[in-house]
Ligand binder design. Structure first.
Ligand code: AMP
Ligand code: ZN
Length: 138
């Protein structure tokens, strides 16, 4: 489950250097080279899966445990008061590396980063309609 040309697979195989912060049997974590704030860390499975629809759900607990460990360490190391865990799926959502990864982004009070647009539904009925539409696709 490795891709010869994938940059994160190459990092996981040790072919390309990274600023490693954590590793276990399933997961690797290293600094993002273009950080939102210093300490911005990526958590990846060592095996190649493109996105949330392709990763085996069974890997989730290893990823979850690593995110908890690494996020606590990033908070302590940076003195951040909070952090975002972000995960982009597909080009339209801003994914640029197609080997699934989670961003751990340290956040500081008043740092001014605006992550979320303030969208809204026309009314409660429109919101219920959308919930029903999604549920019907499950
Ligand atoms: P995304 O837009 O969610 O696909 O995020 C990809 C992230 O990977 C970006 O934030 C890049 O800065 C980061 N990135 C790309 N190549 C490397 C690399 N060789 N080492 C560390 N981070 C990288
Ligand atoms: Zn890969």
């Amino acid at each position: 489950m490795t891709d010869a040309n994938c940059i994160f697979c190459r990092i996981a195989r040790g072919e390309i250097p990274c600023a490693k912060v954590y590793e276990d049997e399933y997961v690797l974590a290293f600094l993002d080279l273009a950080p939102v704030h210093p300490g911005h860390t990526l958590v990846i499975p060592k095996t190649h899966h493109k996105d949330m629809l392709e990763i085996p759900a069974g890997l989730g607990s290893a990823v979850f445990a690593a995110i908890q460990k690494v996020a606590a360490a990033v908070l302590e190391a940076t003195g951040a008061q909070g952090f975002n865990v972000m995960q982009n799926n597909r080009l339209a959502a801003g994914q640029t590396v197609f080997h699934i990864h989670w961003h751990i982004i340290p956040r500081f009070e008043g740092d001014g980063l605006e992550m979320w647009a303030q969208g809204k539904y026309a009314d409660g009925a429109a919101m219920q309609q959308m919930a029903a539409k999604v549920a019907a696709c499950l």
